[in-house]
Design a protein around this ligand. Structure first.
Ligand code: SAH
Length: 237
């Protein structure tokens, strides 16, 4: 018999058991619906089975604050403290899809946040490096990722603007906070053939999720994929 994953949600009147498995399945359906509704923008009719499989495997409720676990499989962002959010599941799936990941890839993520996107990446590639600027978030994500067995993720506290030169070049780079302009070090740390997925724009209501591909000659092709609203990429003082 399949194991039922049950958690408790503290409501005002009663303690309700939550069937995370059923909610998780519904989240996958909602992602599929959103893929359909956004295809005029993204040009993608469906996401690859590998990406959807990763979305099915990673337990999102482990990456949200305990009091919000009952909402963990809603297709929307949720607060994770310090004014930051765990991204909407559809957006996590989209960024992962755009990164076109292969099992041997080495990936850099800027903006660890809850660690959820890093966990999705870690199920798909060889190694994930993730940088978070808020120490409390980065340390908590690192603890959660290791507790859950994601041994191929390394988290660092710092300003992701500079990338992580020691481990460059990267096959893919995902930026999960929005810069006004793409940080040049990230472009430099992308290997030829690599993909950079980044929300770019001056304000939360004026960002475009961009996919940049670097060809063998080092030239960049830029695709605007979808209007999005990420928290800003902040800088170290
Ligand atoms: N990928 C995350 C989403 C987190 S929201 C997840 O799956 O939960 C974006 C995160 O980027 C926030 O935690 C924010 O603190 C972080 N951030 C903002 N500017 C940054 C910078 N310059 N370097 C590293 N992280 C940054």
């Amino acid at each position: 018999m399949a194991m039922l994953m049950v958690g408790m949600c503290l409501g005002a009147h009663a303690v309700q058991p939550v069937d995370f498995k059923a909610l998780h399945r519904r989240m996958l359906d909602e992602i599929a619906d959103t893929v359909q509704r956004t295809q005029a923008y993204t040009g993608r009719q469906r996401f690859s089975p590998r990406v959807l499989e990763a979305m099915a495997r990673v337990p999102r409720h482990e990456f949200v604050p305990v009091e919000l676990r009952g909402l963990a499989y809603e297709n929307r962002p949720l607060p994770i403290g310090h004014g930051q959010t765990i991204s909407q599941p559809y957006i996590v799936a989209l960024m992962t899809e755009l990164a076109d990941l292969q099992p041997d890839d080495v990936v850099l993520e800027i903006g660890t946040g809850s660690g959820y996107q890093a966990a999705v990446l870690a199920t798909l590639v060889k190694r994930v490096y993730s940088i978070e600027i808020i120490p409390e978030l980065g340390r908590r994500a690192e603890t959660d990722l290791h507790r859950l067995g994601y041994a191929n993720v390394q988290v660092r506290i710092g300003d992701g603007y500079h990338g992580w030169p020691e481990f460059a070049p990267f096959d893919a780079i995902l930026v999960t906070a929005a810069p006004e302009k793409i940080p040049p070090p990230l472009l430099e740390q992308l290997r030829p053939g690599g993909r950079l997925v980044v929300p770019v724009g001056p304000a939360r209501d004026a960002q475009s999720l961009q996919l940049l591909r670097k060809n063998a000659a080092g030239e960049l092709d830029v695709e605007d994929v979808l209007p999005v609203g990420f928290v800003p990429l902040t800088r170290e003082q």
